[in-house]
Design a protein around this ligand. Structure first.
Ligand code: MN
Length: 270
């Protein structure tokens, strides 16, 4: 509660930010880091020829308390916009080419309720598992409708592989095999669902095998085309409740950027 003077009397009103600060201080609100570490070891998507690929993330030292800078340590880095835990802006895909770049995304869209749909068992059985509209309907029967302005976080257990490029991409001679979203479900999430975007634990929002879907990469095609967002390589989704968490995602404000490595955090009530 907070108070302020108004025409000689004290008005008491609830203040959500005061409650948030109290919750953070007392520990009844916890902050969960949904971000994977970003380094030269971070797994990156590998497209087959003739497509161009993102180079490995690289940090270059400028000085470290030495003759190049006696009292300071700092680096510069090179790496792709779509490296590690990162945000896909609508302009990333040809269907969203006239829509927002990452610097133009309204900041209100970077905070919202998160729902977590757990398909770990399915993905363990079948690495090509595809989330369906029926899965979401079943989730809604148990947990209520997807909230307006929410982020749908799709948990598959793939974060266990996040430090191992080979296991993370899970490719064989038929290409990568990682879980994703069925074509009709991607279309529904883009056109019908009241969500802002989809977050996943895998290297991209689409399934590993989605290069051969019609259309290819349906999640990118439909969601980014609908001015919605993607969030990839998330960690610690196991620590979130199915509903009730608040997601905060902070991509760099890269002018004309198609996406950005980002810090993704969740607030949860203990
Ligand atoms: Mn991406």
């Amino acid at each position: 509660m907070s108070s302020h003077m108004q025409a000689g009397r004290i008005e008491i009103r609830p203040n959500a930010l005061t409650a948030l600060i109290d919750g953070l201080a007392s520990g009844t609100i916890d902050v969960i880091d949904l971000t994977q570490p970003l380094s030269e070891k971070t797994p990156l998507i590998q497209l087959p020829p003739p497509f161009a690929n993102t180079p490995v993330w690289k940090t270059h030292e400028i000085s470290r308390y030495d003759e190049r800078g006696p009292a300071w340590y700092w680096n510069w880095f090179e790496g792709g916009e779509h490296s590690g835990t990162h945000f896909d802006a609508p302009i990333h895909w040809v269907t969203g080419k006239d829509k927002h770049d990452v610097s133009q995304v309204p900041v209100k869209h970077l905070i919202g309720p998160a729902v977590v749909i757990d398909k770990v068992a399915e993905a363990r059985k079948n690495p090509d598992y595809l989330l369906t509209i029926d899965d979401i309907r079943a989730f809604e029967r148990e947990h209520g409708a997807l909230p307006k302005g929410s982020w749908l976080l799709y948990r598959t257990g793939w974060d266990e592989r996040a430090t191992d490029q080979k296991a993370f991409l899970n490719a064989n001679d038929t290409g990568p095999h990682t879980p994703g979203i069925a074509i009709e479900c991607a279309r529904w999430l883009a056109d019908e669902a009241p969500i802002l975007g989809v977050g996943v634990e895998t290297v991209g929002t689409d399934a590993g095998a989605s290069h051969s879907f019609t259309p290819a990469f349906p999640c990118h095609t439909f969601l980014l085309g609908a001015n919605k967002y993607g969030l990839t390589q998330l960690a610690n989704l196991a620590r979130l409740p199915a509903t009730g968490a608040v997601l905060m995602v902070a991509p760099l404000k890269l002018v004309k950027g198609s996406g950005s490595p980002c810090r993704a955090l969740a607030l949860i009530q203990r």
